[in-house]
Design a binder for this molecule. Structure first.
Ligand code: FE2
Length: 210
């Protein structure tokens, strides 16, 4: 067998490179105390009201809020610490803002079978976050994100592509499982399609600066 030497052969020099500029940071952090947090949240749920009206009915269907806005995060310190720790990890590996990051709005949501969250963004915060509290990756909807572009036409023309690539895809997701805390820039379009089964419980928070 001919062993190829490390060489400066000009034929081996890369002649063509395509750069992917301006990536979107989406962080997935698995809570290492998820079982304890879930137990605490479930106990908290048993004393709360289920609120079918919560102010977000125009962008979702089949979603109820459990307890009042910000009540869980104020009642349950271990959750607050876990969430803020995750936010700081995400910030350090993404935009690295110097400012103090705080939770502006948070709620626990219950999605029934057939629930949807229409694609939407938030303009009044820097990061948004979803913690998958009671989640079966085979029977509950996953979150999807959409590419943000300044033009309505992306890619440049809506032509058929031979295969998906990092450059032509307009929606993206990844495998997510219960216990994941998923953090992303609030202005990236996000939502989920029809949820196949009941009892999808997620904690959602919006993060701003003070
Ligand atoms: Fe959202």
């Amino acid at each position: 067998m001919e062993v190829k030497k490390l060489s400066d052969d000009l034929n081996d020099v890369v002649q063509s490179e395509t750069y992917g500029f301006f990536p979107t940071p989406i962080t997935r952090i698995k809570s290492n105390i998820h079982d304890d947090l879930k137990k605490g949240i479930m106990e908290w749920i048993s004393k709360q009201d289920i609120l079918p009206k919560h102010g977000r009915e125009s962008i979702c269907h089949g979603i109820s809020q459990i307890g009042d806005t910000n009540k869980l995060i104020n009642d349950y310190q271990p959750l607050r610490e876990t969430i803020l720790d995750a936010v700081h990890k995400h910030n350090e590996s993404s935009f690295n803002y110097k400012q103090n990051l705080v939770i502006s709005e948070s709620y626990l949501e219950l999605a029934t079978e057939g629930a949807i969250y229409a694609p939407h963004e938030h303009s009044n915060c820097v990061y948004s976050l979803t913690y998958l509290v009671n989640y079966n990756h085979e029977t509950h909807s996953f979150i999807k994100w959409r590419k943000n572009v300044a033009s309505n036409h992306y890619p440049i023309l809506q032509l058929d592509s031979k295969d998906p690539t990092a450059f032509n895809m307009t929606e993206a997701t990844f495998n997510m499982t219960e216990g994941d805390i998923i953090i992303y820039p609030s202005n990236v379009t996000h939502g989920f399609d029809s949820n196949p089964s009941n009892d999808r419980i997620t904690f959602t928070a919006n993060i701003t600066i003070n």
